[in-house]
Design a protein around this ligand. Structure first.
Ligand SMILES: Cc1cc2nc3c(=O)[nH]c(=O)nc-3n(C[C@H](O)[C@H](O)[C@H](O)COP(=O)(O)O)c2cc1C
Length: 254
């Protein structure tokens, strides 16, 4: 017979309680998963609209995204759009871990320290897919403590940067994490990535940009006290704009 005052009774109560609690936690986790996924996607849509300069303070973010942004998948090696796969089903981070869907980055080319690169990438476009006025490219690379995930918006008419955002990183608050500061990000707007011969010249400069210099059009102030994170940002932009990243795609658009 069950006697709660006996050691066996205590064990039975503990076991039943654990079972009830674990069922409750698992049910909540399973039921909340779709909601979490939807919120994650909506947060990404908000970042894309923000970096494109289309952010609405309020309103239906998903509807605005559907209206304004074309999502396409690019084969990074050929620079061609990939047809027949729903871009919404593509997870670039999972693809980068899957040997079937990714390529190992040779050490001498791995300036962004990403080790593997997915064969495909999503691009977000404003205007027409064949000659977009704005291209928003997902970029990532290693900073000091963490991988920095960002979106770089390029204005194809002006050949300049329209905006940058870093939506995921774990650098030190007040130091490396200042890459998320909108005042610092504002310096990127209007800067150029490529010189006239198509070489990537963009970089963050320690000690501040000399606005009188020729090179200032390609430069943004590095974060002071966070040279290593800043170098990571320069390197990730250089990697993703190079022939190993979006180079072939950007060349096709030009
Ligand atoms: C606790 C701590 C956290 C730091 N966090 C960062 C960081 O997030 N990013 C970074 O580049 N440097 C960080 N640093 C500083 C680096 O170790 C290094 O000194 C710095 O990047 C050099 O930049 P500076 O030449 O602009 O001073 C941190 C240092 C300490 C002690």
């Amino acid at each position: 017979m069950f006697d709660k005052d006996k050691p066996s009774g205590t064990l039975v109560v503990a076991a039943v309680l654990s079972l009830v609690c674990s069922v409750a936690v698992s049910t909540a986790a399973i039921m909340l998963k779709p909601l979490q996924e939807r919120n994650k996607l909506q947060a990404m849509h908000a970042e894309i609209l923000k970096v494109a300069g289309l952010a609405a303070e309020s309103g239906d973010i998903d509807a605005l995204f559907e209206q304004q942004i074309i999502t396409r998948m690019v084969d990074l090696e050929t620079g061609e759009y990939v047809e027949g796969i729903d871009p919404r089903s593509f997870d670039q981070r999972a693809a980068a871990r899957d040997p079937q869907q990714s390529t190992s980055v040779p050490r001498d080319q791995d300036i962004a320290s990403i080790k593997r690169r997915a064969n495909h990438a999503l691009v977000y476009l404003v205007g027409d897919a064949e000659s977009p006025e704005l291209i928003i490219l997902p970029v990532h690379g290693y900073g000091l403590w963490s991988t920095l995930y960002g979106l770089l918006a390029l204005d194809t008419r002006e050949n300049t940067i329209k905006g940058i955002t870093f939506y995921e990183q774990a650098e030190t608050a007040g130091l490396g994490a200042e890459i998320t500061n909108p005042r610092w990000q504002a310096q990127w707007v209007g800067k150029q990535v490529f010189d006239e011969s198509g070489d990537v010249q963009f970089q963050l400069v320690k000690g501040g940009v000399n606005s009188a210099s020729e090179a200032a059009q390609f430069q943004v102030d590095a974060i002071s006290g966070a040279t290593l994170t800043s170098n990571g940002v320069t390197n990730l932009v250089r990697y993703w704009m190079s022939a190993q990243g979006f180079g072939p795609y950007l060349a096709k658009l030009r």
